[in-house]
Design a protein around this ligand. Structure first.
Ligand code: ADP
Length: 266
C-alpha cells in the first residue's frame, strides 16, 4: 500500500509537487501521466523514498523496487560482474535473472558499451534480483525498440496481477493498453486519479472501412477512407456491425480513432 497525504516536495527551496494526496491499495498498473516538467518523476521519487518531502506524509507498506531514468549501473563492470555485485549487496540469484531477461549474450560486455535498451534490460534484471510488492518504473519503454518495448509491456501486465506497478509514460496508447488507473499530474498538482476504464467510455470515436458508402446508412462523416462515427459506448459497435451485415455491407476494418486519454493532456 502506498499513501501520499498532503505531500509537497521539490529540489532545494523550489517546490515542484504541491499538496498531493492519494492512496494506492489494490494491485494493478497505475500510469502517471502529465506534460513534460509536470512533476511525474518527482512524484515517483517521493513514492520510492529517495526524495524527502518538504511537507506532508508518505506511507509505504511492503518493499518497493525502483527503476530510475538513469539506471544507476556501474559503467566499468561487465554485465556478469555487475549482476554478481548487486546480488551480493541486495541478495537474489543472478543466474535466475540472466535467464529471465535473456542476458546471456551480454554477460561479457561492459555496461558502458551497451545500448540504452540493453542497459534498461540489465537495470530491470537488477530490480528483479529481489521480490518487491511495489514496482516503480520511470518511462520503462522510452527509447526502446518496439519488440523490447512490447516485452516490457507484457512483463508489466503479468507482474500487475500480483503486484502494484506504478509507472510514468508519455505514451497514451500504451497507458490505455496496459494501465488500470491514471494518475494525472498538472503543474505539480494531482489533477485526476481514476480507473482508465471510466475514462474510456465518455466518447468513443471509431472509423469504419467498408464496401459501400456508409453516409447513406449511418450518422457520421468521411475522413479519408474511414467513415467516422461517434458513439457513447463501445458496445454500440455491435449494433453497427449487425446493421451493416443485414444490409450486406462488407466491413473491411473498424478501428478506434481517438484515445480518450488525449483529452487529459490538452
Ligand atoms: P516530469 O517527470 O513530469 O517531466 P519532473 O518531476 O522531472 O517532471 O520535473 C518537474 C520539475 O522539477 C521541472 O521543472 C524540473 O526542472 C525540476 N527538477 C527535476 N529534477 C530536478 C533536480 N534534480 N534539481 C532541480 N530541479 C529539478
Amino acid at each position: 500500500m502506498i499513501g501520499l497525504y498532503n505531500v509537497s516536495a521539490g529540489y532545494g527551496k523550489a517546490e515542484v509537487i504541491h499538496d498531493m494526496t492519494f492512496e494506492i491499495k489494490e494491485n494493478g498498473v497505475y500510469v502517471i501521466l502529465g506534460k513534460n516538467g509536470a512533476g511525474k518523476t518527482t512524484t515517483l521519487r517521493v513514492i520510492a523514498g529517495i526524495l524527502p518531502v518538504i511537507k506532508g506524509r508518505v506511507i509505504r507498506k511492503g518493499s518497493v523496487g525502483y527503476l530510475s531514468h538513469s539506471f544507476a549501473l556501474p559503467n566499468e563492470m561487465t554485465v556478469r560482474e555487475a549482476l554478481n555485485f548487486f546480488s551480493k549487496v541486495l541478495g537474489g540469484d543472478p543466474d535466475r535473472v540472466i535467464e529471465e531477461f535473456k542476458l546471456s549474450e551480454l554477460l561479457d560486455k561492459k555496461i558502458a558499451d551497451l545500448s540504452q535498451g540493453q542497459k534498461k534490460r540489465v537495470a530491470i534484471a537488477k530490480l528483479f534480483l529481489k521480490d518487491h510488492e511495489v514496482y516503480l518504473f520511470d518511462e520503462p519503454t522510452e527509447n526502446l525498440d518496439p519488440v523490447i518495448a512490447s516485452e516490457i509491456r507484457s512483463m508489466i501486465t503479468s507482474l500487475s496481477k500480483h503486484k502494484t506497478v506504478i509507472y510514468t509514460s508519455h505514451n497514451l496508447y500504451e497507458a490505455r493498453d496496459i494501465g488500470n488507473y491514471v494518475i494525472l499530474i498538472d503543474n505539480g498538482r494531482l489533477a485526476l486519479y481514476k480507473p482508465i476504464s471510466e475514462i474510456k467510455t465518455k466518447e468513443y470515436v471509431v472509423g469504419i472501412r467498408a464496401s459501400e458508402d456508409l453516409s447513406k446508412v449511418l450518422d457520421g462523416h468521411y475522413q479519408g477512407e474511414y467513415f467516422i462515427v461517434t458513439l457513447n459506448d463501445p458496445s454500440e459497435v455491435n449494433n453497427i456491425v449487425l446493421e451493416l451485415t443485414k444490409r450486406n455491407v462488407k466491413i473491411f476494418e473498424i478501428k478506434e480513432m481517438k484515445n480518450p486519454l488525449e483529452d487529459l493532456l490538452k
